[in-house]
Design a protein. Sequence first.
Length: 277
Amino acid sequence: MVEAFNHLRIEDNGNYIICYLSNPPTHTLTSSGVSEIHSFLDIVEKRDDLRVLAFTGEGKGVFIKHYEVGELANTAEKNLESKEDQQDPKKLHAFHTMLLRLRDLDPIVIAGINGNTAGGGCEFSLGCDLRIMSEGNFLIGLPETSVGILPGGGGTQRLSRLIGSSRALDLILHAKLLSPKEAYNLGIINELVSEDSFNQELIAYCEDLSNRAPIALQQVKKIIHQGLEMSLEESLLIEQKAFNVTMNSKDAARAMRSLLNSQENIEEVSEFKWEGE
């Protein structure tokens, strides 16, 4: 992958990519950073071989500090001066569409939270499929109400879907920042890893997923996201359709035959070489 970015450093490992988010010295996410991620996703969407995409922070002890407050303040001041909203109320802004593109990607998207993250940074992580976070003296949360706004990058919706409306209300209304352990206990974080070995653990996490059955992973991601917006009956139908897709793959046929031949030793099948067929 040959592409020059100012706010991203891309580490292409074949069937998985780690994207390092970089904006020193503030380590905030800006509109130009969002624009670069959109350009990066233009490339990613053309990759048929990609199974996992991970984002992590380039800075030590920080994932994305938060969305750039200066940009938000400028927008608020312009709104006051013009007495009207600068954003089209019927059109999602670039931050929203960026996270929706992450949701719709075939590869599994991981947020490798290597340190502090709040506001827009936390919302970015909530837009990923999975979140692993470094242990240590770090904080994560949505403190926007403490400065008179609300989480406007999908935080109110994604957090409530993830942990329930009552818990999400409590965290957002009180502008609570959580330790990694607290976030893990609430189900916001999928896995905690050692601060000292975070990069190695992130790579191992990516490699583990990238070595699993790609068609099955793609279909699981797709139906879980789609099913959240449907009735149980509708979601069961898309699950049935996705199951048929996996059953029609050469990978599944070979893996199930391998399981039978190994006298039902599932550990042997876990070493199966998945080709995505």
